[in-house]
Each structure stands twice: as C-alpha cells, then as structure tokens.
Design a binder for this molecule. Structure first.
Ligand SMILES: [Zn+2]
Length: 299
C-alpha cells in the first residue's frame, strides 16, 4: 500500500490567476463505495487522503477517484450561496477562459461549421450562464443545467438563457436535441461519470459535439505536486487524464476530434519569466494542467 498523507487544505487555492473553489465536506455526509467508472474495475490502490476524502487509483485503467465517495445528494448540497458568490466574482474570468479553450480546440473555425442544425447548445454546470449569453447573442438556442439555485435565478433573470436547476440526469432534456454540449470543470464533480456521458450522448443530435474540460492528472503540475496538486480537493471525485477521459468517451460511443491542454505552472510557483515558456510548451506537448476534449456523437 502506498499511502501518502497530504498537507491539510482549507479554503481556496490559487488557480493561475483564479481560485479553485473548495468546500470542506460536511461531517455527516453519506458516502458509498463505487467501481471504476471508466473500466468497471474493483481493485484500487490508495493514493492520498485530503481532509476526509480518500483518493485511490484504479489498478486496471489508472483512473484517480475518491473511493468511497459522497453520494449525489451530498455533493449537490455543496453548491450553495457561497458557491454563487464565487461564480459571480469570477464570472468574466471564467467566461474568458472558456472562450480561449473553445478557440484553442478549433471550435469556431473547424467544429462549428460542420455541426448538425439547428444550432443548439446545452451548457452543463453553466453557473450564471455567461457562456450561454454569448451563444444566444450569436443566434443560438441555449439551455443550461446547474445545481446552484442562486446561479440559476441570476442567469435566467440577467441573460434569459433557459437554465434548469437540476443535474443533467434529471433535467428532462429531450433525446437527440442539441448540436453542442459543453461542460467545463464539471465532470470531475459528478458522482457517476459513466452515466453522465451516456446522458450527454442521449441529448446530442447525431453528429453533435461534446466539449469536455477538466483538470488533467497527467499534466506537469499534477506530477510535480502529487497530493498537493490544486485539483486534489474534496469536491473533485474523479481526476481524469487524457487517456482515461478518452476511454470514458469512446466507451460511450464518442469519437474524439481534438484534444488540447493548457496551463504549465501556476502563478506564484515560479518566476514570471519562466511561467510563459513553460505554459507554451505545456500547450504544445500536451502536459498542461487542464484538458479540453472535443468528441463527436458518431452513431
Ligand atoms: Zn478503471
């Protein structure tokens, strides 16, 4: 057994110039043991403990996940008014980062022109709906799914972008409806990523594209920092890398179109003169801190 104690993490950690939201798990939270959502394996090696969260690695596909992990209702309860304030404070920064990601993966240039029509986007974990607002202004039909009720109310009132206060699995979106499903920094929070991507597949039109952004556990920062990596927090129940995310998507029937990573080293960990070239190389060689995978529903 390889059991490494992690330094205690509280509050927020710097995420480049942005903070990663991290909530301490409630002491009476209900949790359950799970099989690996990528390969269905049941053999795990203990990796780290962060507060009361136990991170393990699947012996077969090497996915990192919390096991046992909080049940869905316990996870949902974490996205409260405090979370809304965090989202509002960072609304424009997150929006700009999402747009940079979409540009990087060639969404506007290569992917959008080949989408099934009409142009309809669903943003899952859409927070205040800022990205949906952009698409609505560009003439798209929009929909969102968001657990944080304060964010839903704010988004619908401010942008009128049709956000439902629900996880995707119970939001009631019709089959074969959207040309694009976007989920940024969401899949690492969901309790059953296998069921989640199957649902994404269901609501997409044939030929539609899923854009999935998540921390990359084979990035440089994850390798350097181990259990102190800023993405190893109680709110992240699954930590993918490029290989495990691809396998999850392909198992659900997606065909991966493009993969990009970005973010070499976080602000404050190295001098500014070093950060820029490392960021550039991280993007070029795929060892960035965050991965964006674009995948098409081929069936
Ligand atoms: Zn596995």
């Amino acid at each position: 057994m390889n059991w490494v104690e992690s330094p205690l993490k509280t509050g927020t950690l710097w995420f480049n110039s942005l903070k990663t939201y991290s909530k301490t798990a409630a002491v009476d939270e209900e949790s359950t043991r799970v099989s690996c959502p990528v390969c269905r394996g049941t053999v795990f090696k203990n990796l780290w403990q962060v507060e009361s969260s136990i991170f393990v690695r699947c012996a077969d596909c090497r996915l990192i996940l919390q096991n046992p992990q909080p049940v869905r209702t316990a996870l949902a309860a974490r996205y409260d008014e405090e979370y809304f304030r965090y989202e509002i404070e960072n609304e424009e920064s997150f929006y700009n980062l999402m747009m940079l990601g979409l540009n990087d993966v060639g969404f506007f240039e290569n992917i959008a022109p080949a989408l099934p029509q009409p142009n309809r986007i669903l943003d899952i974990g859409c927070a205040t709906g800022r990205l949906l607002h952009h698409f609505k202004q560009a003439g798209w039909e929009t929909a969102g799914a968001e657990l944080c009720r304060e964010s839903v109310e704010y988004g619908n009132k401010t942008y009128d972008v049709n956000i439902r206060p629900s996880p995707l699995e119970t939001a009631g979106f019709p089959d074969h409806h959207f040309s694009v499903v976007h989920a940024s920094h969401l899949i690492e929070h969901v309790d059953d990523p296998g069921t989640f991507v199957t649902e994404v597949m269901r609501v997409l039109l044939p030929g539609g594209v899923f854009l999935c952004v998540t921390p990359s556990s084979d990035g440089l920062q994850a390798k350097i920092f181990g259990s102190s990596w800023r993405s190893v927090i109680p709110d992240h129940v699954t930590l993918f890398d490029r290989k495990t995310l691809r396998r999850l998507l392909e198992t659900a029937g997606f065909s991966v179109l493009a993969v990009r990573t970005w973010g070499g080293l976080a602000v404050g960990t190295v001098p500014a003169w070093l950060k820029k070239p490392v960021d550039r190389l991280a993007k070029k060689w795929g060892f960035g801190d965050v991965v964006l995978m674009a995948a098409r529903k081929t069936s």
